[in-house]
Design a protein around this ligand. Structure first.
Ligand SMILES: Cc1cc2nc3c(=O)[nH]c(=O)nc-3n(C[C@H](O)[C@H](O)[C@H](O)COP(=O)(O)OP(=O)(O)OC[C@H]3O[C@@H](n4cnc5c(N)ncnc54)[C@H](O)[C@@H]3O)c2cc1C
Length: 419
């Protein structure tokens, strides 16, 4: 079968890999000059099944009001006349019940844990290198109040069988020795030893090269304008220059831009672009830099060691498709790393980046078939697209191939919103 993947981010490329491995002829269409150059380019680098949880959770509406008021706020909402945003927010609020949280979290953990296993297999099979580390992640508490709430998190981890360690300051410093330089800042931590880290862009480009070796065709610099429907199937992709390209099956993996492609077909994907920012700086003193990811609970910022670089990522800004780099967001990231790893890297040589997380209101991605027979989606991974990419790609490849997937996927398709 000839499968056309629309979008060459980490999700599109992992889909291409597993489809090629399943024996299909695969073409990837991507508007950028290479793979993984949009949201998959400079994310926070966590492969974190342990933190796989929807943002929509009981108590979040109250916390969100507080976050909006902070000087270094993790959440920013630009007042906009955008009905789509308010519809999406309303659906997110509706998911803040205990029952919805349990259901959504269960789906996310299932996919994220499977994804971590798929990533490990892929690494063992291919030897792919992407500045990865298998040293867990540490959520760092700077106040007693933050530590007091650790029970809320560990109860959820217990329920899903995720291994963890609650650490005192000495335990945090044993896990991340550079924190000894700011020992007074550390009140405690929650370590998830099963989590991993790595550079999603390095991974995506390396995997794209492996895909080419498997016969996958990448057409970069190719803008997609629409899909041509004939009855209950897609007949062709129409490119920005009017060219028609035909295949047997189509996978929409355009990240935040997927809804616009499917809307004319009557398929409504509730995916909103949630903007985030990152800084990447060279390590100047390895002893003073993190060894893995430290999640700074105070600012909701992730600080990750990627080889000889440090990546600092965070902020959720609801501002449509804007790609403006905003100085106050940079200052929040700078504040977090300056507090925790003041001598680890050179902020003067940092590069500042922004990307749009394709977020669903229930936090769960939209993976699988649609009511159009040969059209599939693999999108909506929000804050966890790197974490969930391999599992989503493998699940999708099994579904397209007519094989029984290794994990349940019926509740991950767009049909769950119709229900
Ligand atoms: C600041 C930040 C930190 C993050 N940290 C983490 C983390 O630590 N761990 C984690 O798991 N996730 C993280 N994420 C989320 C993760 O980066 C995303 O979920 C993931 O990159 C989404 O991948 P994707 O392939 O779906 O989208 P993208 O990478 O955006 O890929 C979609 C592709 O489609 C292409 N495209 C779009 N429209 C068209 C068109 N019309 N024609 C042709 N091509 C088109 C784009 O060019 C793009 O390459 C973070 C995100 C941000 C912003």
């Amino acid at each position: 079968m000839h499968v056309m993947i629309l979008g060459g981010g980490v999700v599109g490329v992992t889909s291409a890999y597993y489809l090629a491995r399943a024996g299909h002829r695969v073409t990837v269409l991507e508007r950028q000059p290479g793979a993984g150059l949009e949201t998959s380019f400079a994310n926070a680098g966590q492969v974190s099944p342990g933190y796989s949880a929807p943002w929509a959770a009981p108590g979040i509406p109250v916390k969100a009001m507080k976050w909006l008021m902070m000087r270094h706020r993790p959440l920013v909402l630009w007042p906009r006349l955008e009905p789509r945003l308010y519809g999406w927010l309303a659906r997110m609020l509706a998911n803040c019940t205990e029952e919805a949280y349990r259901r959504n979290k269960g789906r996310m953990v299932r996919l994220a844990e499977y994804s971590r296993d798929m990533l490990r297999d892929l690494r063992a099979e291919t030897g792919i290198a992407y500045d990865h580390r298998e040293k867990g992640t540490l959520q760092l508490f700077r106040t007693a109040k933050q530590l007091d709430h650790v029970g809320d998190d560990t109860r959820v981890l217990d329920a899903y069988g995720v291994p963890y360690e609650v650490l005192d300051p000495a335990g945090c410093i044993a896990a991340e020795p550079a924190l000894s330089r700011v020992a007074g800042t550390v009140v405690g931590g929650l370590r998830l030893p099963g989590d991993e880290t790595g550079d999603a862009h390095l991974f995506t480009t390396a995997l794209a090269a492996l895909c080419e070796g498997l016969g996958v065709t990448f057409r970069y610099g190719t803008g997609i304008a629409g899909l041509e429907r004939e009855g209950d199937r897609i007949a062709a992709v129409v490119l920005a220059d009017g060219t028609r390209l035909e295949a047997d099956a189509y996978v929409a993996a355009l990240g935040s831009f997927t809804p616009a492609l499917l809307r004319p077909l009557g398929i409504a994907l509730p995916v909103y672009p949630v903007k985030g920012y990152s800084l990447t700086l060279p390590v100047t003193d390895p002893e003073a830099a993190p060894v893995s990811t430290v999640m700074d609970e105070t600012y909701k910022v992730g600080i990750t060691r990627l080889g000889d670089r440090i990546r600092v990522g965070g902020t959720a800004e609801l501002a449509g498709f804007s790609s403006v780099l905003r100085q106050p967001r940079r200052e929040t990231l700078e504040r977090s790393i300056s507090d925790l790893f003041p001598a680890g890297g050179d902020l003067g040589r940092a590069t500042f980046w922004t990307g749009l997380r394709p977020m669903t209101p229930d936090g769960t991605p939209i993976v699988g078939g649609t009511r159009i027979g040969n059209l599939y989606t693999n999108t909506g991974h929000g804050t966890l697209g790197w974490t969930m990419a391999c599992g989503s790609g493998r699940l999708l490849a099994d579904l397209v191939s007519g094989r029984t997937p290794e994990i349940a996927g019926d509740d991950l398709t767009v049909e769950r919103y119709a229900a």
